[in-house]
Design a protein around this ligand. Structure first.
Ligand code: SF4
Length: 370
């Protein structure tokens, strides 16, 4: 059993990094309002070493290089923004864990909001917990979320990346059209049995399912409308390595003001639903707007922001891309030392900086980093 709580940063609980305070903001299903994005951009303007905003593999925003007062001021300003799915509500409460959702679908917005609002401010929910609402396309199912609901006929519950038999059978099944309720029931069941565990896989999906049935919270879901955005009404752009400069954030915010709904994805892109016709052109100077070598690349922060790094990982990677030596079919994750922070799940080539200033490549098939 663990002797410590998880150390995931949030809006108020920051990570004390070498370059200052690091705050993390978890959007509800990736949603961010233009006013929130401008506040993040303003904070990034003042960050140590001009650190850009960062997108995480769970669709969160990170602001690094802050002073404690700067981080407090940012959280307070965000709490004053309001809106239907704010990063922080008017009481300053953020969402304690990641709630991701299919970025192109409007159908996921309401259940994602209901889940997030029910969890806001709770201290018994581990920051490592991942909740997903999938529109039936399976795009966020591949994240192996702890708790996932898939809209459909009927909607279904997945635990730790595997489908369950809910809502198909069972004496307590009954009709409902409440996918958020199903997810929340599963989360409560996990909290009831988790002990010191952070993820469903640590206690086993069977234990959570047992608790779910015991609590008679098993549900059958009626058809939930799947309203996937037609391709022509969505634009998806890729900030290199998830780095969003203040200038890029402000262009995105402008497009949001002009009617585009902004959604951050767990694959570190930004989807704009119903954007202005010239959105790609206006973003082209700031992010990748078409097929790109950067799509299969990720990297840890490296030197100079991480004192453990043997090299300027991101600078080295940029040079490798520019000369055609990086960016292929297999995902490559560049890191500055053997800790290999942020190594994604699944097949990946880890390109690791060594004390001699060279790199070695290790092909891995699963998650290895702690
Ligand atoms: S992998 Fe090493 S260099 Fe990169 S962030 Fe982690 S500790 Fe720092």
């Amino acid at each position: 059993m663990r002797a410590r709580a998880d150390a995931c940063p949030g809006a108020w609980r920051r990570h004390d990094a070498a370059d200052g305070a690091l705050a993390r903001f978890r959007p509800v299903g990736g949603a961010i309002a233009p006013a929130e994005l401008r506040l993040l951009a303003d904070a990034s303007d003042t960050a140590a070493d001009a650190a850009p905003l960062e997108l995480t593999s769970r669709g969160s925003w990170q602001v690094r290089g802050l002073t404690v007062k700067g981080a407090d001021d940012l959280a307070a300003a965000l709490a004053a923004v309001g809106g239907p799915a704010p990063l922080l509500d008017d009481q300053g409460r953020d969402v304690p864990c990641s709630v991701v959702a299919s970025p192109r679908s409007r159908a996921v917005d309401a259940p994602a909001r209901a889940i997030a609002d029910a969890l806001r401010g709770r201290t018994d929910v581990p920051g490592r917990l991942l909740v997903a609402v999938d529109d039936g396309t399976g795009d966020v199912l591949g994240l192996d979320a702890d708790v996932a609901v898939v809209l459909g006929t009927p909607a279904r519950l997945h635990l730790a990346g595997a489908p369950t038999d809910i809502p198909a059978a069972g004496p307590t099944a009954g009709p409902t059209a409440d996918p958020a309720g199903l997810a929340l029931a599963a989360i409560e069941a996990f909290l009831a049995v988790r002990g010191d565990a952070w993820r469903v896989a640590e206690v086993g999906a069977a234990a959570v399912l047992g608790a779910l049935r015991t609590r008679e919270q098993k549900r059958v879901l009626e058809h939930a409308e799947v309203l996937t955005c037609a391709e022509r009404t969505c634009v998806e752009v890729l900030p290199r390595l998830g780095e969003v400069t203040p200038a890029a954030a402000r262009v995105l915010a402008d497009l949001g003001d002009e009617g585009a709904a902004l959604r951050v994805t767990p694959w570190r892109t930004v989807v704009l639903r119903d954007p202005p016709d010239d959105a790609r052109e206006r973003l082209a100077a700031h992010v990748e707007t078409g097929p790109s070598r950067w799509a299969s690349l990720s990297a840890c922060v490296g030197a100079p922001r991480c004192a453990k790094s043997h090299t300027d990982v991101r600078g080295d990677l940029a040079r490798a891309v520019a000369t055609g030596r990086a960016g292929g079919l297999l995902h490559a994750h560049w890191v500055g030392c053997a800790r290999a922070c942020g190594t994604p799940a699944g097949p990946v080539a880890v390109v690791e900086g060594t004390p001699g200033g060279t790199y070695r490549t290790i092909v891995r098939t699963g998650r290895v980093s702690g």
